[in-house]
Design a protein around this ligand. Structure first.
Ligand code: SF4
Ligand code: SF4
Ligand code: SF4
Ligand code: FES
Length: 282
């Protein structure tokens, strides 16, 4: 079918949302709570656009395309509303990008950049807690934008059912089980929540402080452990000749981005000085 975005005609497929059709055609619409794997959540409202004939601004991640639809993603009205949403998210957290692990790969930072937001307008008290109790995953509530992607991933994708939103209003936060530290919870440290988080609120511990995201070269391979054959991306620091982190390949039909704790975090053997590098002869 044909749709018009910002005055230009594009092809779209039946069943696509406005956001998906725009993305497929290279039109940028900021989005935070939508992820192809967890689907539209309609929570963050940063993906709002104008659709001719519809009342008010619409969340492009939830509205299906229709033949002849006329969409505007960059009017002053749309940009103003998108900027306000991102500004409020930045204002209500602690977004010290210079020190953040996600710097350079953060979807919130990217949206702020694309919308021309240099610094937050408002000063709201962020949540102070961090959770350093787990073996491989670090959490910082002040960087959480409550998009729910980690919760959807933990419950519906890897079906470990650890994460949920707890408390209400300003106190709302992502909790593990009945609000216990992640290290004491039923979390199996699969890292799916890390992979799905659009910000630096849930990050891998191993690479912290080791390299900036843009210094790492991504090399695709297959996990060396079991016979499932999950596809992985090694994030390699070429200068130091070491693997800094591992993520799952999202478009792999085998694992769809998911990995187990070994596949994602047990890669220290690669650089171990005790590793056998030549055959042993009796
Ligand atoms: S989560 Fe994103 S916006 Fe916030 S400090 Fe980290 S990089 Fe910056
Ligand atoms: S690491 Fe895996 S099991 Fe633990 S909270 Fe995240 S998604 Fe759930
Ligand atoms: S921790 Fe990350 S994925 Fe989870 S709700 Fe917060 S920002 Fe979203
Ligand atoms: S991406 Fe559409 S509401 Fe969040």
């Amino acid at each position: 079918m044909k749709v018009t975005i910002n005055g230009k005609e594009y092809e779209a497929r039946q069943g696509q949302t406005v956001l998906q059709a725009a993305r497929d055609n290279g039109v940028y619409i900021p989005s935070l709570c939508y992820h192809p794997k967890t689907g539209p959540a309609g929570k963050c409202r940063v993906c709002i656009v104008e659709i001719e004939g519809a009342r008010g601004l619409q969340t492009s991640c939830t509205v299906p395309v229709k033949e002849g639809m006329i969409i505007n993603t960059e009017s002053e009205n749309v940009r103003k509303a998108q900027r306000l949403v991102v500004d409020l998210l930045l204002s209500s957290g602690r977004h010290d990008c210079l020190a953040c692990e996600q710097n350079g790969a953060c979807e919130l930072q990217d949206a702020a950049y694309r919308l021309g937001i240099e610094r937050p307008t408002f000063t709201l008290a962020p949540k102070e807690q961090t959770d350093n109790s787990a073996e491989f995953v670090f959490r910082e509530h002040a960087k959480c934008i409550q998009c729910g992607r980690c919760i959807a991933g933990c419950n519906a994708t890897v079906v470990n059912e650890v994460l949920d939103f707890g408390f209400r209003g300003h106190d709302t936060k992502v909790i593990c089980d009945d609000d216990v530290p992640m290290g004491s919870s039923t979390c199996v440290q699969c890292g799916e929540c890390v992979q799905l988080c659009p910000t630096g609120a849930i990050v891998d511990k191993l690479p912290r402080g080791k390299a900036r995201t843009w210094q790492l070269e991504k090399v695709e391979t297959v996990c060396p452990y079991c016979g499932v054959g999950c596809r992985q991306e090694l994030h390699v620091d070429r200068a130091a000749n070491r693997i800094v982190r591992i993520s799952g390949v999202e478009d792999s039909p085998v694992n769809e981005g998911m990995l187990c704790v070994k596949g994602r975090y047990a890669f220290d053997f690669v650089q171990s000085p005790e590793r056998l590098t030549a055959p042993l002869i009796r």
